[in-house]
Design a protein around this ligand. Structure first.
Ligand code: ADE
Length: 223
């Protein structure tokens, strides 16, 4: 799978791409992630990418030309284009599974006051990561890329996806986990996890998942 992220701030991605599971997935060629500065596509003599809004108002608006040209240059018949915007469809784990199916994604990060609305003409999905406004789409693009990459075959142990919170097949929260020591400041590990009986452990975990979901996110059980 290939993900191209269009941004004006490529260095924001340095830490994201060079650590932990994402770095390992790239090194193992399980995913290709390209950070593309769409300023490079500007036809303006000064590589301008934004301008004042028609009709007046505060802030600067991203111009359609550099982003349009970048998308046209990078896309082929297998590509889906995502625009990150607070007014997009709310992101969730189900959407991560949907996006994982595509061979190539282009993610457009807005910045400043917003973008020329005509950018929407090249977009397949408009996504928001929540009902709040960020300074740009860079953090949302990392969040979305992270959720997709960990679902790509071979990136992490597949069994762990099954128990992920919000897995669309179960719609449950993950069960509680423990590690050494067996006792910490009087708090103990549930006895069932120590007895080596896999069937009992499985039943206990499912019960705990349901209990936790009932307590914390009853709305998930209604789905
Ligand atoms: N850009 C600014 N805020 C955003 C949000 N909540 N989701 C996606 N993109 C954004």
């Amino acid at each position: 799978m290939r993900i191209d992220i269009l941004t004006l701030f490529p260095s924001m991605f340095d830490g994201f791409l060079n650590n932990s599971i994402i770095k390992r997935a790239i090194d193992k060629n399980l995913v290709e992630i390209n950070i593309v500065n769409f300023r490079d596509y500007s036809k303006d003599p000064h590589h301008k990418v934004d301008d004042t809004p028609y009709g007046g108002g505060s802030g600067m608006v991203l111009m359609v030309q550099p982003i349009y040209d970048a998308v046209m240059d990078l896309k082929d018949e297998d590509t889906k284009v995502i625009l990150l915007t607070p007014d997009g469809e709310k992101y969730n784990q189900k959407k991560a599974y949907d996006l994982k199916k595509y061979k190539h994604l282009i993610i457009i990060c807005g910045h400043y006051e917003g973008f020329d609305d005509r950018i929407r003409s090249v977009v397949d999905f408009e996504i928001s990561i929540g009902d709040y406004v960020l300074t740009g789409g860079e953090l949302p693009s990392m969040i979305i890329t992270d959720t997709i990459v960990r679902l790509v075959d071979g990136v992490i142990d597949e069994e762990s996806h099954i128990n992920d919170s919000f897995n669309p097949n179960t719609n449950l929260l993950d069960y509680p986990t423990y590690t050494k020591p067996r006792e910490f400041m009087g708090l103990t590990v549930p006895e069932v996890l120590l007895n080596g009986n896999h069937k009992e452990i499985e039943e206990y975990r499912l019960k705990e998942s349901i209990k936790k979901t009932q307590e914390k996110r009853p709305d998930l059980l209604e789905k």
